[in-house]
Write a protein that binds this ligand. Structure first.
Ligand code: ADP
Length: 398
């Protein structure tokens, strides 16, 4: 087989001659034999060849009838039938145009198209004219291959959304700062009381920008290392104690009591200590901020089994505050997602805390789970695998 698009000129003109004969050189009876394409002499071979491809592939004869297609292709065009005209079955106009152009020019055509049903999906398709020549005679076919661009598009959309959100989050405190600077330079220039008050607000806004940048940098650092599993041994009980001690001041401010439950035996995971501290701090801080009304926060470290029966360490942070309505739960770990934006800002939140927690746990081969009953508090649990799995061994750390 040779792709006409990459053929030397001599072959390309032969291919074109074959293609042109399709419209002009043949009699009606020759053209109209029903099912002829289905019994294309090489149909079986072609089908075997494309059957093993993971991406959708469809092969047409020179009358643009379907000779063969693989299972993946039925995901794009469920109505495909061997021997039937592809231009009717494949209803995407961009693809139909590309098939016509490839037939006319003998050159590879690339198109992108979008499918709404059953789900939004983007594809790129290559329509490649190919001449099959086994010495006994040449026949020209069109080979269509498809790539699913949906994951790439989704990443691109997320990137654009992320930049828009981050800029918006930074612009708000920046606008406040600029406003106060103007006021201090103008009307409040000689008003010491106003100056004191405004400087306090400005400090708060600047701190918010610093927190945001700090969280953004942490997120990107964790993402950069996402494919490097952490290797240090981390004993979890002292880590939990350190986080709880570090947040005692905030707990006292909010009049919340932190209770800790840790097992007698050590629980050691492979991890990045700083990242795990950061993740747990976020969860405990949230419990103290959003669940303060419940007056108690419990941090429980335990050993448990995953759904697959593998040993894992769990750190559950439970508060007894207002809880979270179920419709928010699946989106809480998205960047900048908040249940109540004003409340989050008032608490000094950036909307990045739980995204950070999720990324830290992903990097550790674990996950975060969230349970909540509105009115009865929320429990955020960090799940960390207790097996190393490095180099094929699945020894447990101790
Ligand atoms: P933020 O910086 O806003 O705290 P997070 O990503 O840490 O961002 O949390 C996202 C949102 O999840 C918060 O704005 C809040 O609405 C909600 N949330 C997080 N933890 C709790 C909790 N313990 N109780 C109630 N709501 C919570």
């Amino acid at each position: 087989m040779s792709a006409a698009g990459s053929m030397p000129g001599r072959w390309r003109s032969a291919w074109r001659a074959l293609w042109d004969r399709r419209d002009t050189g043949r009699s009606g009876s020759e053209r109209g034999v029903a099912g002829r394409a289905a019994s294309h002499p090489r149909a079986l071979l072609i089908e075997q060849l494309i059957g093993g491809l993971p991406s959708p592939a469809i092969v047409l004869d020179r009358d643009t009838r379907v000779i063969a297609f693989n299972t993946a292709a039925t995901g794009i065009a469920p109505a495909l039938r061997r021997g039937e005209p592809a231009l009717i079955t494949l209803r995407m106009p961009e693809l139909v145009d590309a098939i016509r152009r490839a037939g006319k020019t003998g050159e590879v055509q690339r198109v992108e198209f979008f499918e709404r049903v059953p789900l939004d999906r983007w594809f790129e398709a290559f329509v490649t004219p190919v001449t099959l020549d086994d010495g006994a005679g040449a026949s020209d076919i069109l080979m269509m291959t498809f790539n699913d661009l949906t994951p790439l598009r989704r990443i691109e959309e997320m990137r654009v959304d992320f930049i828009a959100n981050a800029s918006h989050e930074l612009r708000t405190p920046l606008a406040a700062l600029l406003g106060f600077i103007e006021t201090l330079q103008g009307p409040a220039r000689n008003d010491p009381a106003a100056r004191e008050k405004f400087l306090g607000i400005m400090q708060g806004q600047a701190a918010r920008m610093a927190r945001l940048i700090d969280d953004l940098l942490s997120l990107s650092r964790i993402e950069l290392n996402a494919h490097l599993p952490p290797s240090a041994a981390v004993d979890l009980a002292p880590l939990v104690r350190q986080v709880a001690d570090g947040l005692q001041t905030l707990a006292r401010d909010r009049q919340v009591e932190i209770k800790m439950v840790t097992p007698a035996e050590p629980l050691v995971v492979r991890g990045d200590r700083d990242e795990l501290i950061r993740a747990l701090e976020n969860l405990v801080e949230n419990a103290l901020k959003y669940g303060a009304a419940g007056k108690r926060v419990e941090i429980t470290l335990s050993r448990a089994l995953t759904r697959a029966g593998l040993p894992e360490a769990r750190i559950a942070v439970r508060d007894h505050g207002p809880g979270i309505a179920p419709e928010h739960l699946p989106r809480l770990t998205e960047r900048f997602y908040r249940v109540d934006v004003a409340d989050s800002r008032a608490q000094g939140g950036t909307g990045l805390g739980l995204a950070l927690v999720k990324h830290v746990l992903n990097r550790h081969g674990g996950r975060v789970s969230i349970e909540s009953v509105p009115g009865r508090g929320a429990t955020f649990t960090m799940h960390l695998p207790l097996r190393t799995g490095v180099g094929g061994e699945t020894k447990e750390l101790s």
